[in-house]
Design a protein around this ligand. Structure first.
Ligand code: SAM
Length: 193
């Protein structure tokens, strides 16, 4: 029987009071496919039984490692260890010049209003995806995918090793993993990213 493997990376995505169910569903699907856990900081603008949320997340919602927090305070008190990196259009650092660590949590703001100043100030770093002048913001799920991709690339993300059938291979003692190679000169601890 196929059993969901543990997350493949300690990195997490955190959603601050998301208000569009389709975006949250898309992000949870992204996380489930890449083996990343998701922290949901409530209140959300929809119920987890919402039809649009389920339609976007499909059966990946059941596969996702989802942790719910009733409030920002609860999240602060009980979240996993690691740096909190806020993705924000007001970020002082471009994500391309930031050095990520495997235990980082990438925090995404709500679609309608981002995050309040208190949350902005509590983050260990504030990262932006550079955009052209005159543009306001990216869709939150797109922003999550862009930065998560770079963060996993830098931190030597492992992926499940698959057999001929394309299904993950289970070895005695657990799942089989392989590390994705980085381009020459960009190994962990190399380069300036
Ligand atoms: C639609 S945007 C929020 C727009 C909101 N009006 C604001 O001022 O933050 C939703 C979330 O996507 C992420 N996001 C969107 N564009 C981004 C960018 N260029 N750089 C970093 N994060 C971005 C942020 O986490 C943001 O809070």
């Amino acid at each position: 029987m196929y059993r969901r493997p543990d997350p493949l990376s300690a990195m997490r995505l955190a959603l601050y009071q998301p208000d569009i169910p389709q975006n949250a569903g898309t992000i949870i699907r992204l996380a489930a496919c890449l083996g990343i856990a998701v922290d949901l900081i409530e209140p959300a603008g929809f119920l987890l039984g919402d039809r649009q949320f389920r339609r976007a997340g499909l059966d990946y919602i059941a596969l996702a490692k989802l942790r719910r927090f009733s409030s920002w305070r609860a999240y602060q008190a009980d979240r996993e260890a690691g740096r909190l990196l806020l993705l924000t259009t007001r970020g002082e650092t471009s994500y391309t010049s930031f050095r990520f660590q495997p235990e980082d949590a990438l925090l995404l703001g709500r679609e309608s209003a981002g995050v309040p100043d208190e949350v902005h100030a509590a983050a260990d770093a504030r990262l932006r995806i550079p955009m052209l002048p005159g543009t306001r913001s990216l869709n939150v799920a797109v922003a999550a995918a862009i930065v998560l991709g770079e963060a996993l690339r830098q931190t030597g993300w492992r992926t499940l090793s698959t057999g001929r059938s394309g299904m993950p291979r289970k070895a005695r003692g657990g799942w089989r993993y392989r590390s994705l190679p980085l381009p020459p000169g960009q190994g962990r601890g190399e380069g300036s990213a």
